[in-house]
Design a protein around this ligand. Sequence first.
Ligand SMILES: Nc1nc2c(ncn2[C@@H]2O[C@H](COP(=O)(O)OP(=O)(O)OP(=O)(O)O)[C@@H](O)[C@H]2O)c(=O)[nH]1
Ligand SMILES: [Mg+2]
Length: 267
Amino acid sequence: MSLNDTVSAERIHIGFFGLRNAGKSSLVNKITNQEMSLVSDIKGTTTDPVKKSMELLPLGPVTIIDTPGFDDYGPLGELRVKRTKKMLNICDISILVTENLKLTEEEIELLNVIKDKNIPYLIVHNKMDLLGSIPNNLDNEIYISTNNNIGIEELKIAIGKLNPNKKEIHFISDFVKEGDTVILVTPIDSSAPKGRMILPEQLAIRDLLDKNAIALVTQVETLKATLDNLKNKPVMVVTDSQAFSSVMKIVPIDLPLTSFSILMARY
Ligand SMILES: Nc1nc2c(ncn2[C@@H]2O[C@H](COP(=O)(O)OP(=O)(O)OP(=O)(O)O)[C@@H](O)[C@H]2O)c(=O)[nH]1
Ligand SMILES: [Mg+2]
């Protein structure tokens, strides 16, 4: 991962849902400007979710997710809803793609799942080239033709206007108050990239500084001296997990200790 990569948790996830053959993959390919998903007139072409990261202004870094048709999970309605809910759980915005002017019963079922989750959504009526004329867009209903490149820019603008359901995710700062001191123990050994800090350390330092907390970076060998020299007690020590057992012996029992991997896992 390069220094400028946005971690997945910080990206806005936009899922494209709908029945088989509605044109979800065609539309996702058009929006990302890449042939990321296979397109065909055979129903059920997409069998697993396909993800692609891109920049979508004004939202910024987003992950676009193409999903299998909602009617592709057999007659077992429960399984179908369960799998869709699982995918919706990672989405901050959802786009319901339909090839119909009026939603079918299955599409309404899908829309209700989206509404139940309170995820901002748009209904995109695709293949409007097959109609004589293309209807005017409504508040959250957009009429497009992916194959004829009609309405795609309008759709991107409408997506940009949605207010994504993004929860603010903190790397560490939800554990600390302004002015608190946190000690970060980062061994400089053969596993550390030469001349650089690893990503969890960068995330921790930036997040603590954003909170106006104090990030004190030290090594295992200098940890005791760092603790002894502090006038005010730190609120937490975060260590590289490989040094956990050595660090545990130095950190007083009443001082909370965790590792970068644990913070990363909840991020
Ligand atoms: N006429 C017309 N056909 C379209 C349009 N968009 C997609 N199609 C066609 O619809 C068919 C299905 O497209 P896909 O993008 O594979 O549909 P999908 O929703 O991803 O389908 P599954 O992966 O099976 O769920 C293909 O033959 C596309 O060429 C459109 O705007 N107009
Ligand atoms: Mg598909």
